[in-house]
Design a protein around this ligand. Sequence first.
Ligand code: ATP
Ligand code: MG
Length: 367
Amino acid sequence: MYVNHLRLEHYRNYETLTLNHFGNVNLLIGRNAQGKTNLLESLFVLALTKSHRTTKDKELIAFGSDHAVIGAEVEKKYGTLNLELRLSQQGKRAKLNGLEQRKLSDFIGALNVVMFAPEDLEIVKGTPGIRRRFLDMEIGQVQPSYLFHLQQYQKVLVQRNNLLKQAFGAGPEMGTMLEIWNEQLAEHGVKIIKRRKQFIRKLQKWAEQIHEGITGGLEKLELSYLPSFGEAEEEDEAVLMEQFMIKLSQMKEQEIRRGMTLSGPHRDDLAFHINGNEAQVYGSQGQQRTTALSLKLAEIELIHEEIGEYPILLLDDVLSELDPYRQTQLIETFQSKVQTFITATGIESINAGRLQDASIFHVNEGQ
Ligand code: ATP
Ligand code: MG
């Protein structure tokens, strides 16, 4: 897919902005704090209705305004789509070709993006919660029904935890209530676990290949799901359901004592191994960065596999951190097939020789 046109109103430090004439490779050049990341972020928000930097939508609205609008024209395989997302105190409203979408999940996926930003290093280095968020965002983008199960799971989890907090010393009616929550928790939980495992299995295939390419064959990258119950490889829903129910009954006493749900997809994790060693623990800074980059590039191929189209690629401040060989590898891999937006503080910091056909945009104080 290809973004032809972008329009921003009251978005971060952009009062109004209209951009046309995008190329396959687009360089956004500007000094610090001018609005480069804000621009990439707006494309990300348009794709996922959420920012990669914050969970607070209010921060996306320009200071002093009560709403923000992001609009874009996106050329896809089967036609052109007009996307519009409006953010305000009252919430988010999305339109596709002028038609208001009742559910945001119907809007997510109209535009697909893969973003690589400095903070993505945290996918490898950071807490399990960051890795779960990575999985949830990426799977949700290609499978909107995943987000439905995730939402339902969260709701049941909150209610089940509330019950567990009051359960100590309570009578038998509590047990019946818990059984009901157990079933609902497992019903949605199993769907989430299964899709995460499938996603990781597919991502592994591409990530290993890409990582090998970037490191000149020196490093073998492996991804694995770390479940809070059962085997990492198990993907059969009926089997997972049974295992989840058994685990919940085994954990019952402990959960009542601690007042919370101790197993399920909200406690699962993802592990990366480089040549057999856990990257989070033993990886160098460069290895961790390359791992995160390989993951993101693998996602491009995965999205292509899932939806038959390439997403757009957003590279925030990452090109200048790679040596010229790796910059070239990166750009040449995708230049012809993936529309790319790259930020940098100066044209000299990137290997511009490879980017002769790039469109250059100078970003200056939200203009
Ligand atoms: P760097 O090179 O340092 O990464 P950048 O060009 O990527 O810089 P951005 O992150 O896009 O910079 O942000 C630029 C400016 O946007 C900052 O000065 C910030 O104060 C401003 N800004 C952020 N949120 C808002 C908002 N809601 N309203 C107005 N301005 C905002
Ligand atoms: Mg920035």
